[in-house]
Ligand binder design. Structure first.
Ligand SMILES: [Zn+2]
Length: 476
């Protein structure tokens, strides 16, 4: 039995799927206008483990995560750089995948983009207008009327009366209530725009997730996730849109899961405090597996403090588990019919049971990992006994021990990356170095050296492309 903390009810609940044997999950993705920062990485690593665990328990997992590829920040960045909004979103979607691959986060089943979901979004806004939950104003904006949706505020535990009192003075007079939010925004010059019944425009932020989850997961699905900063207003508004549109306050997600904040040296991360770390920067210093392990050593709902010291500690801890992994691999190659691993096999089964109990308790990866350490100690001891202590090897029972350890590692998602992926970015750094040497050779018109570097790399299966922004490399 898996218990899940549900933000909607503020307690842990037994997980009961909409469809037996299946679990459908929608997680709010990133707005690709920048390189993902460490706070962005946390939800996706968390959901990756949750998906893995459900799959291990025999569930068929459906996982949808969006890209908000039409957004003020993207448009602003594009205008600053003099490129199109699509150039920006494509560039940072690529950057997102690059770092998530290094964190060993597996791909979603589908990554819907706002720009590819416009018809569904317009349909939903139309339905909300027709049903009286939304109203267009003169310039072509369409607002959601929060007062029309009685349960508004249920997820975040806020009351509309209090929100009205706390609203800022500069209230938009076109709105019926200060908390009303835009479903559709009329087009401004230089912005991406699509035709709609209200004139040319683009979607507001919240409507995309309602339209996308309906399109890919149906009216009712199991879990909706995101960072706790999304509870209000984003998720509150998603609920208002979806349930009003479907005419059913039981529709939409059954379990709302939110991960805690990341602080940097116990301070809130912000660009102005100069403590803003992109995942890309951190991966220059640490392998992706270490960053992943660091995130998972804390339960997903607890605050997570990020510091160099804590990352180094995570690296040392992970190294201990990795050593055990190597020992287990080495022992598994041996033959042996002795009866010496019975006891450790019993302990391994216990650790595995406790590991599952921790994961069943709202995916407590912190506690689950501690069971890996318990088993790691046992395996290290047995390895020493067999390799230097003269103990005869017991292949049959040790296979069970190793299976337990491998199971835990595969839920946490470690020891899966190839050498090159886990090489600390050394390959990238070496390639940068080689390309800069070649660039120097070209500058001094030493074509023979430049060509030799290119040809020799080609023989190794690495292709160099010269672009206006400098040379790039890729594996052939
Ligand atoms: Zn969302």
């Amino acid at each position: 039995m898996i218990n899940v903390y549900n933000t909607m009810t503020n307690r842990k609940e037994e997980f009961k799927p909409v469809k037996p044997g299946e679990v459908s999950i929608y997680c709010c993705g990133v707005t690709p206008y920048n390189h993902p920062h460490i706070g962005n990485a946390r939800p996706f690593v968390t959901w990756d483990v949750i998906r893995r665990y459900f799959a291990k328990k025999g569930y068929k997992v459906h996982y949808v995560q969006n890209f908000t590829d039409v957004d003020d920040k993207i448009i602003r960045t594009a205008n600053e750089e003099g490129v199109t909004w699509k150039d920006i979103s494509d560039r940072y979607i690529k950057a997102y995948f690059e770092v998530m691959d290094k964190l060993n986060v597996r791909r979603a089943d589908v990554y819907p983009r706002v720009s590819e979901t416009i018809p569904e979004i317009i349909d939903m806004v139309k339905t909300l207008v027709d049903k009286g939950y939304a109203y267009p104003v003169e310039n072509g904006d369409v607002f959601y009327s929060v007062e029309k949706f009685t349960p508004y505020g249920r997820l975040s535990g806020r009351r509309l009366e209090d929100m009205q009192a706390g609203a800022r003075i500069d209230i938009d007079t076109r709105k019926h209530h200060p908390m009303d939010f835009a479903l559709w925004k009329s087009a401004k010059p230089g912005e991406p725009a699509w035709d709609s019944p209200w004139g040319k425009g683009r979607p507001g932020w919240h409507i995309e997730c309602s339209a996308m989850s309906l399109k890919y997961l149906g009216k009712t699905f199991d879990m909706h996730g995101g960072g706790s900063d999304l509870i209000f207003p984003h998720h509150e508004n998603e609920i208002a849109q979806s349930q009003a549109c479907l005419g059913d306050t039981h529709a939409f997600a059954h379990y709302w899961m939110h991960n805690g904040f990341i602080t940097i040296h116990n301070e809130k991360m912000s660009k102005s405090k100069n403590n803003f770390f992109t995942v890309k920067d951190i991966l220059q210093e640490y392998p992706g597996e270490v960053v992943r392990f660091f995130i998972l050593q804390t339960h997903y709902r607890s605050p997570l403090d990020f510091s160099d010291e804590r990352l180094k500690e995570a690296q040392t801890s992970l190294q201990r588990l990795a050593t055990t992994h190597t020992y287990a691999e080495e022992l598994a190659k041996k033959a042996g019919t002795a009866d010496t691993a019975k006891e450790i096999a019993v302990k391994a089964a216990e650790c595995r049971k406790k590991f599952d109990e921790a994961m069943d308790d709202d995916f407590n990866t912190a506690l689950a990992i501690s069971e890996m350490f318990s088993l790691s100690k046992e395996i290290n001891k047995y390895y020493a006994d067999v390799t230097t202590g003269g103990t005869a090897f017991d292949a049959a029972d040790f296979a069970d021990v190793k299976a337990a350890y491998d199971y835990m590692a595969s839920v946490i998602g470690i020891f899966e990356q190839s050498e090159s992926a886990a090489d600390d970015g050394l390959t990238d750094k070496l390639m940068e170095l080689i390309l800069s040497v070649r660039q120097d050779a070209r500058k001094s018109k030493n074509w023979a050296i430049a060509d030799k570097i290119r040809d020799d790399l080609k023989a190794l299966g690495i292709v160099i492309e010269d672009t206006p922004n400098g040379a790039r490399w890729k594996k052939a």
